[in-house]
Design a binder for this molecule. Structure first.
Ligand code: F6R
Length: 263
């Protein structure tokens, strides 16, 4: 695991955008796993910025989102499909045929989950982006989710419903079910980048990186993944015991890449 601690949210977005850019340039039809929520918003802004400056094209890129609320149509302003259109897809040259999210209003959400899993397995994700729930969830894999789980319907915890209530207006229907990639689906990606910002994430970051491997903290499953990078701010890193070591490793690595003239 690589842990990169940066000061400002825009530095986190830029660093992550560099990793995305590298993945897109490296492979003509890169398959990206995407996330929603507050954390990736600056990253998407930076990717749009790089596209507008002619530095990046998404023409052949394929995307799969982590999750979608059960009961919300793609047109619903709180659906993750709508979020992706608004924050990324409608601003770049990606083909709508290449963007995938679970269908929140599928007649049979169980079948929809199986179909989504099969599509992901058929393509294989090159780079998966993750945010982190304050309870350690990744996607909507809440604590005690099987570490080998596949795409399926999950019931959100009251904590997650509360955390996400800020996106809904009072009295508006807020779903408590979601279709989410499983932890096994997520960890089948070749490379994973998890972003976390703020004090609210410090406890989950501590458990994910330095805690025991446990279904109690779904993000701890990333300890088993061969190529995961955590890019986090000082507040999210505040409870880490080894943070000076992570900083030192990153500095050494920066020096090495500079010396070798690597991007
Ligand atoms: C979003 C997702 C969630 C969020 C997490 C953090 O697609 O799957 O796991 O990444 O809840 O959300 P924010 O970034 O809003 O704190």
């Amino acid at each position: 695991m690589e842990v990169i601690i940066l000061k400002e949210p825009h530095q986190i977005a830029n660093k992550c955008a560099d990793i995305f850019e590298q993945a897109i340039i490296e492979k003509n039809n890169a398959v990206l796993g995407l996330a929603t929520g507050s954390t990736p918003m600056l990253l998407y802004k930076e990717l749009v910025n790089r596209y507008e400056r002619g530095r990046l094209s998404f023409r052949n890129v394929i995307t799969f989102n982590l999750d979608e609320y059960v009961g919300l149509s793609p047109q619903h302003s709180q659906s993750y499909s709508y979020f992706m259109q608004k924050h990324l897809f409608e601003h770049i040259d990606i083909s709508s045929r290449n963007t995938h999210l679970p269908d929140g209003i599928a007649e049979n959400p169980i079948y929809e989950s199986e179909k989504y899993e099969a599509k992901i397995r058929g393509c294989g994700i090159d780079l998966q982006l993750l945010g982190l729930g304050s309870n350690g969830h990744i996607g909507f894999n809440e604590p005690t989710s099987s570490l080998g789980s596949q795409t399926r319907i999950k019931t959100l915890t009251p904590q997650t419903v509360k955390d996400n209530s800020r996106f809904f207006t009072e009295g508006e229907f807020q779903p408590t079910l979601a279709i989410t990639m499983g932890i096994g689906t997520i960890t089948s990606a070749k490379r994973i980048v998890l972003l976390a910002i703020g004090k609210k994430k410090a406890c989950a970051i501590k458990q994910a990186i330095e805690g025991p491997l446990s279904a109690w903290c779904p993000a701890s499953a990333l300890q088993m993944h061969p190529r995961t990078t955590f890019i986090i701010d000082e507040e999210a890193a505040s409870l880490l015991k080894m943070k000076e070591y992570y900083r030192w490793v990153y500095e050494q690595q920066q020096q090495l890449t500079q010396r070798l003239g690597m991007p």
